[in-house]
Design a protein around this ligand. Structure first.
Ligand code: ZN
Length: 100
């Protein structure tokens, strides 16, 4: 992140937008706390962290039903099958970095 800042001649990073799939099971409070700790004394100190949480969406291989997984229970709500394909929820990337 600091490499991006220096490559773009930024003296400070003010906002970081992340996309995180819920499949990673990260706890928002824990994430913010470790982010604060990691950025202390860097260009990103006091930077605003904005997270776009993506739901876990699966498609059933038996009945083709598409549903959202809540509470990590990987069962098709329509037919009870465990044979699911994960379509979204695995995302983990930086959407944008804002600085000045
Ligand atoms: Zn199903």
């Amino acid at each position: 992140m600091t490499e991006v800042a220096s490559a773009n001649h930024l003296s400070r990073i003010s906002r970081l937008d992340l996309v995180i799939g819920k499949l990673h099971q990260l706890i928002p409070d824990m994430l913010e706390f470790s982010f604060e700790t990691c950025t202390e004394g860097t260009l990103a100190e006091k930077c605003k962290l904005v997270i776009d949480w993506r739901p876990v969406i699966v498609t059933c291989r038996d009945c083709n039903n598409r549903s959202e997984i809540i509470d990590s229970i990987f069962i098709c709500p329509l037919c009870g099958s465990f044979r699911l394909n994960t379509e979204s929820g695995k995302e983990l990337f930086i959407k944008s970095i804002t600085g000045e």
